[in-house]
Design a protein around this ligand. Structure first.
Ligand code: NAG
Ligand code: NAG
Length: 477
């Protein structure tokens, strides 16, 4: 009995020395939280006296220098706090008045898991409680990779998943739910949790293989469907497959190129024959037009004879009035009140004041000339320019250059014989190269008053004649 009393005294004495006024209570069970969530680590004093004036310290039992949160002299003093808890801990100062010193921890991390001590100290005593905190983290969904084939025809599969806490189980299941044993297993631990990596070799065809990663209350699963096609090439090396793929691609390109070339060739052939037939058609059209024009030439052609009395004194007009060339005339005194005195010009004897007429002048070998028609009322004695305003409708050659009035002409040919067609009523004077039927120039929409004379003019002092051609009597080509 004495011993019992002594023991009782001793126990109560010890108890008194630890906390004569209060006891600190935590949680008998472990506290659980998922990574990323907020959690309350419970801690309070019994009886529920205020701890506002006391020191409240939370620290990790399993780490050195491990202040998680410190409240002292009425304020939070977190200069010594573990780095990873910075900004994530909170003591509710309001709740301290009712003896509630629970610590709120936000955005829980896997690394927060551990044993915590809640230590409360008054001026007269202190007490503490231990809280076991467990963190669970559900990792990423597993990923299955086909890692290749082996010689026996098996399909190598790899399943990986990371970010789990605590360590998860990984299992392979076939389509009937039968567990397949992993060939290799690998587990790594880091601050974010566990990562697992398992391999398996399957031989079955046309089946689904599951990779299941699970933790107490959570499970994530991946599925791969293997078809017999996957096994078809099991004995064929990947190199052979890729070589044949390359060959197929090259063959495809070659075929495409060949098809393209063939089509292009056909297209060109077709185009060519089309062009040929078009060419024949145009040739035919051309010769038809030529014969029509020849016919018209002969119909329209008038018999032009040059009037020697109108010719400049330095021109020699032939007896028949069909040629004119430079040279000192023998009949200088003959004729001529109305002859050209400035230009080496001459007009035809016949004038026209209605209808259509046509004549041709051979200009072969002569390098400098003018030809066309001249109005009766034009000033033949002056050196005004040979333009429609002055009563001259002509084309001219000055060595290599051709002009219509003052407009330069670009001709691809060098006319040997020039045809002049006049439609008096329509006000048209048109010039063309007789041989090629090529149009040289046309004065259109002109207004004629009085008579029009065929007109030719020389400029050079050489004796090459201009010849009026006899269109009506010439042999047909
Ligand atoms: C203690 O305080 C926290 C807030 O910090 C509160 O959420 C909790 O319910 C309180 N516990 C008790 C038992 O009153
Ligand atoms: C302490 O708890 C008792 C009941 O357990 C309650 O009646 C009292 O109001 C509480 N005191 C404070 C300050 O919260």
């Amino acid at each position: 009995m004495k011993l019992f009393l002594f023991t009782l005294l001793l126990i109560s004495g010890i108890t008194d020395s630890r906390s004569d006024q209060f006891a600190v209570v935590g949680s008998a069970d472990s506290v659980f939280a998922f990574a990323g969530e907020d959690v309350l680590l419970p801690c309070s004093v019994k009886p529920n006296i205020s701890v506002v004036d006391m020191k409240v310290e939370w620290f990790r039992l399993d780490q050195e220098y491990s202040v998680v949160h410190l409240y002292e002299d009425h304020v939070d003093r977190n200069t010594e706090q573990i780095q990873s808890y910075k900004g994530r801990t909170e003591l509710n100062h309001q709740q301290l008045q009712t003896g509630n010193a629970s610590l709120r921890l936000s955005a829980v991390k896997v690394s927060d898991e551990g044993r915590y001590k809640c230590f409360i100290q008054s001026k007269s005593g202190s007490d503490d409680a231990t809280i076991d905190f467990k963190v669970e983290a559900v990792g990423n969904p597993p990923v299955i990779t086909v890692d290749g084939f082996d010689r026996s025809g098996g399909l190598h599969l790899l399943c990986e998943s990371e970010g789990w806490h605590p360590e998860p189980d990984l299992e392979w299941l076939d389509n009937k739910g039968v567990r397949l044993s992993s060939e290799t297993t690998e587990t790594q631990r880091n601050t974010d949790g566990f990562s697992v990596k398992h391999t398996v070799t399957v031989h079955q065809r046309d089946g689904k293989i599951h990779c299941r990663v699970k933790m107490k209350h959570h499970m994530l699963e991946a599925l791969i469907s293997s078809t017999s096609n996957m096994y078809l090439y099991r004995r064929t090396s990947v190199i052979v497959i890729s070589v044949s793929v390359v060959l197929i691609v090259i063959a495809g390109i070659l075929i495409a190129v060949a098809v393209y070339k063939y089509r292009e060739h056909r297209r060109l052939q077709h185009e060519n024959s089309r062009m040929k037939s078009e060419h024949r058609r145009l040739q035919h059209e051309n010769s038809r037009m030529k014969s029509v024009i020849n016919h018209l030439r002969k119909l329209m052609a008038v018999n032009v004879t040059l009037d020697a009395d109108s010719a400049h004194r330095d021109l020699i007009v032939s007896e028949d009035g069909k040629q004119v060339k430079w040279g000192h005339t023998h009949n200088r005194k003959v004729g001529g009140n109305n002859r050209f005195t400035k230009y080496l010009g001459v007009v035809g004897k016949e004038a026209f004041s209605s209808g259509c007429f046509y004549f041709e002048v051979q200009v072969k070998d002569q390098t400098v000339w003018n030809l066309g028609v001249a109005r009766e009322s034009a000033e033949w004695k002056s050196s005004i320019s040979l333009s429609p305003e002055n009563g001259f409708w002509t084309v001219s050659k000055r060595y290599e250059k051709y002009n219509a009035s003052s407009d330069p002409l670009s001709l691809s040919m060098n006319p040997q014989r020039v045809g002049v067609f006049v439609d008096y009523k329509k006000g048209l004077v048109s010039f063309h190269d007789v041989k090629s039927m090529f149009h040289i120039y046309s004065y259109t929409g002109q207004f004629f008053i009085g008579k029009l004379y065929p007109f030719v003019c020389l400029w050079s002092l050489n004796s090459t004649p201009l010849i009026i051609c006899d269109v009506t009597n010439e042999e047909s080509e």
